[in-house]
Design a protein around this ligand. Structure first.
Ligand SMILES: [Zn+2]
Ligand SMILES: [Zn+2]
Length: 280
């Protein structure tokens, strides 16, 4: 309906067919909390991986957290303790490749990557994550009534909007909270560090108080790539003084603030995108 192909096949059966064709194949459930079609999604999802993969659950070693969740959320569920959490970006638009990423220190081969994605995950270093709060359905609430609630606030209010009295729209974090059995993220052996980043164009745009798509922002972005190399390197490693030299003090300060997590995060709810402000 939206141009994406749909394969009407149970995930368990897809895995069985795949393993029959290629016994060394790796299947990682993707975007696991996306409301529609995802393995734990609130519309059509399961409550446990076993309910989805049945007798083949042992073949699943990792799950992909998607834009709508990060490791801190997923580690609230002890049922994921034995699973690695990886983070991939979609190929919907080339500029957004690697906005989320998984870091490896392995041989650059299929078998090297495969080994890192199976227990005990040798060479799997961690992930680079976006802010799941930016999603349109992260918290709960009613857009028209101006009610933006955390899952706890919704629970305490019995799920009813104080303005119109109808049930509030429940978001991804609420779905996680329903299945969670911990108050704070666990650190099982499969857990790896996660970094949270914003895109470089987002930082430049806020620093320059211009839109991300403007010529000004694009020009600075291209200059930075030409001078310092790939975006992930600029965001994570390039010395701030060097960045200030090409893009100015304010952009460099924006990168510093993102590295330190000095950001103001306002979660999305009921169809309203969340925001991350760098200079607040
Ligand atoms: Zn996708
Ligand atoms: Zn309402």
């Amino acid at each position: 309906s939206n141009g994406r192909p749909v394969l009407a096949l149970d995930s368990r059966d897809l895995l069985a067919i795949t393993l029959e064709a290629a016994p060394a194949a790796v299947l990682i459930p993707a975007h696991i909390w996306t409301p529609h079609y995802a393995v734990f999604g609130m519309k059509t999802g399961f409550d446990r991986l076993e309910e989805c993969y049945g007798d083949l659950t042992g073949e699943i070693h990792a799950v992909e957290t998607g834009l709508s969740s990060d490791p801190a959320m997923n580690r609230l569920l002890s049922m994921l303790d034995d699973y690695a959490l990886v983070s991939n970006s979609d190929a919907h638009s080339p500029a957004k490749l690697a906005r989320e990423a998984t870091c490896f220190a392995t041989e650059l081969s299929f078998s090297g990557l495969r080994r890192a994605l199976r227990r005990p995950f040798p060479g799997l270093l961690g992930t680079v994550e976006f802010f799941p709060e930016e999603g349109k359905y992260h918290w709960d609430g009613h857009r028209a009534c101006g009610v933006r609630w955390s899952p706890r606030q919704t629970r305490e209010a019995g799920g009813r909007c104080p303005v119109c009295g109808r049930p509030v729209t429940v978001g991804v974090l609420h779905r996680v909270a329903v299945l969670a059995d911990r108050a704070e993220a666990g650190q099982p052996p499969a857990a790896r560090p996660a970094e949270r980043l914003l895109s470089l164009t987002q930082i430049i745009a806020e620093a320059e108080q211009a839109g991300e798509g403007t010529m000004k922002v694009q020009r600075i972005y291209e200059q930075m790539l030409a001078a310092h190399g790939p975006e992930l390197k600029i965001l994570r490693e390039t010395p701030l003084a060097a960045l200030a030299g090409t893009a100015g003090e304010r952009v460099a300060d924006g990168v510093r603030r993102v590295r330190l997590g000095l950001l103001k995060v306002t979660p999305g709810y009921d169809g309203v995108y969340g925001t991350v402000e760098i200079f607040n």
